[in-house]
Design a protein around this ligand. Structure first.
Ligand code: ZN
Length: 259
């Protein structure tokens, strides 16, 4: 019985570790997609700033064209000033020149404002591109790390698989079937009894069962049906004789058992 219990305990420990490694392996791709998402967001940000910069440049090209048009008008009107016949004509031309110059001033101010915006955007673009580079490097690192960890996990899992197979060879098929059924439905098939409790479901075990367990039997928990065993190595070490009155020690043991 003791060998059976030991093998079942080992099998469950191997199987729990296999499950843990499997879960760790399944969570790895999420690390890559997280790093990918961060990079994509930074790339989008850089593209948006770059678009804004292009729009400002297009705007300034248009403004330059408008300024050139107004300057041509000023030149044309200035040429006409030499051939004016009446004061009214002169006044009209002066008015047109004045208006064109006002427009040039206005558009130049607009252009200056655009240049200022571009300066801010260029700084933002440089920062965004630096971040893209940083996150691209981080993604590469994450991929490397994940690939390495996947290899490690695969190796560990292969070792555990061998142990798993070997242990199953040592266990009676009937016990194995019960263990498998319980493992599938409850996550674990085996539970240690401790302080007259099943550690799988925390329910108490009957005194008769507890005594049988302490004699090394493999039983079933009335509450959760897990295979129940007692591990003498895990039991509290009996206290060495103390100068305390015997009655006190007896009370302590009773209290402990009731827990
Ligand atoms: Zn139980």
């Amino acid at each position: 019985m003791q060998v059976l219990i030991e093998n079942l305990v080992k099998l469950q420990s191997v199987d729990l570790e296999r499950a843990r490694l499997g879960q760790a392996a399944r969570s790895l791709p999420a690390e890559i997609s997280q790093a990918e998402a961060a990079l994509a967001a930074a790339q989008r940000q850089a593209a948006e700033v770059s678009d804004a910069l292009n729009r400002e440049e297009t705007l300034r090209t248009r403004l330059e064209r408008e300024i050139a048009g107004h300057r041509q008008k000023v030149a044309r009107f200035s040429a006409q000033q030499d051939s004016v016949k009446t004061p009214a004509q002169a006044e009209a031309i002066e008015h047109e020149v004045h208006f064109a110059q006002q427009e040039i001033d206005r558009i130049e101010n607009e252009e200056f404002a655009s240049l200022e915006r571009s300066e801010t955007q260029e700084a933002a673009l440089a920062a965004a591109r630096a971040q893209v580079e940083e996150l691209a490097a981080a993604l590469d690192k994450t991929r490397e790390r994940v690939a390495l960890r996947q290899q490690e996990l695969a190796a560990e899992q292969a070792t555990l698989q061998v142990e798993h197979e070997a242990l199953r060879q040592l266990i009676d098929p009937e016990w194995l079937a019960r263990y498998d059924r319980l493992s599938a439905s409850r996550g674990t098939g085996l539970a240690r009894a401790e302080n007259q409790q099943c550690t799988g479901c925390r329910m108490g075990v009957r005194p008769q069962t507890w005594n049988q367990l302490r004699e090394g039997e493999l039983l079933t928990c009335d509450s959760c049906s897990r295979l129940l065993y007692w591990d003498s190595a895990m039991a509290p070490v009996p206290k060495s004789p103390q100068p305390e009155p015997a009655a006190g020690a007896g009370r302590a043991i009773r209290k402990h058992q009731r827990a």
